[in-house]
Design a protein around this ligand. Structure first.
Ligand SMILES: [Zn+2]
Length: 334
């Protein structure tokens, strides 16, 4: 197998706290022998599990980037047991541009796994995460949001587990993260996963992993940021990696399965008639698409194809054919 061209400035095995860059070679007009730096922080203290904490997988998703940066600054090696690897802006060029995809190669990191060591920068990063970082990890947490186009409430995403140990670990991480919603995937995952996502990479390497969707709309929601920061410390404590932390009382999480998306077929300006958490029934009108360039034309009515509740909504008013407007979910127990 081709070796990764990435040079890590940090030692993943030495005790202590290490900061630096993962150097992704990038030879361009203005820099023939240049590299792109993905910032990385490693905390290492004695025996214990390894947790890989990631954000900025999509560059326009900000809560996780802030939360992991703050965690990286605040934690000292003496606070932890085991090893924590923090990639707070995994696709750094996308994060610097505030975009979902990298401006260098139009690469969507969370559609690029298992990556390619001889590929474009985004594919090299994916390959390094899957082949170098995941094998070091026991647990992985990948923090997302709805990006510019969507808005999610604070939601944990996880598989249902493939054996008793994994099921117990995933439930423990869910309970500890304690976000208002948990989306439990009913299929996929496991070592045979072909998913091009970081969670797929984790599954292929036997790493117990969860994701989170945390707000969106191209902004930072302080309340959701707080839930993220609280959840990260609670999870590390539950994994016995942050022994001195005193978690507050859990509030509980509503477990749902996403059952589908409602897409627009018309171009126009969107008026949402439903909010996150609202119930919808099949054939109910959930949004209007207005046509300001022909104001005498009636607004197009968008109907829900299914009964459930709104988990995620479009954050942008302008909408075009093929854009997702709502994601509909159902309670796991329903
Ligand atoms: Zn994302």
């Amino acid at each position: 197998m081709t070796q990764s061209p990435v040079v890590a400035e940090v030692d993943f095995h030495a005790p202590g706290k290490h900061t630096g860059f993962l150097r992704i070679p990038h030879s361009v007009d203005r820099s023939a022998y240049g590299w792109i730096g993905v910032p990385v922080v490693v905390l290492n203290n004695g025996t214990g599990p390894t947790a890989l904490l990631m954000a900025g997988n999509h560059g326009d998703e900000y809560e996780g980037q802030i939360a992991l940066g703050r965690l990286a600054r605040e934690l000292t090696p003496g606070d932890i047991r085991g090893r924590i690897i923090i990639l707070s802006t995994a696709n750094v060029a996308a994060a610097q541009a505030g975009r979902r995809v990298s401006p260098l190669d139009a690469g969507n990191l969370n559609r690029s796994f298992p990556g390619d060591p001889r590929g474009t920068p985004t594919r090299i990063i994916a390959h390094y995460i899957e082949e170098t970082l995941m094998p070091l990890a026991d647990y992985a947490i990948d923090l997302h949001s709805g990006g510019q186009s969507l808005f999610y409430p604070a939601t944990l995403l996880r598989g249902s587990g493939h054996n008793d140990r994994e099921r117990a670990s995933l439930k423990a991480m869910q309970d500890a993260f304690d976000l208002p919603y948990t989306w439990v995937f009913t299929s996929g995952g496991g070592p045979g996963s072909t998913a091009p996502t970081a969670m797929g990479a984790a599954n292929r390497k036997g790493v117990v992993s969860v994701m989170a969707e945390l707000g969106g709309g191209g902004a930072v929601t302080p309340e959701i940021l707080h839930l993220c920061e609280r959840g990260l410390r609670r999870v590390l404590h539950a994994l016995d990696m942050l022994p001195g932390h005193a978690p507050d009382t859990a509030r509980g999480s509503r477990e749902v399965n996403a059952i589908g998306l409602i897409h627009a077929y018309e171009t126009g300006v969107l008026e949402l008639l439903k909010e996150i958490g609202d119930d919808v029934t099949r054939d109910e009108v959930v949004a209007l698409i207005h046509h300001p360039d022909t104001p005498w034309t009636p607004a197009t009515r968008l109907r829900s194809p299914s009964t459930g509740m709104v988990l995620c909504k479009r954050a942008m008013a302008q909408v075009a054919r093929g854009d997702a407007v709502f994601q509909i979910a159902r309670d796991v127990s329903a």
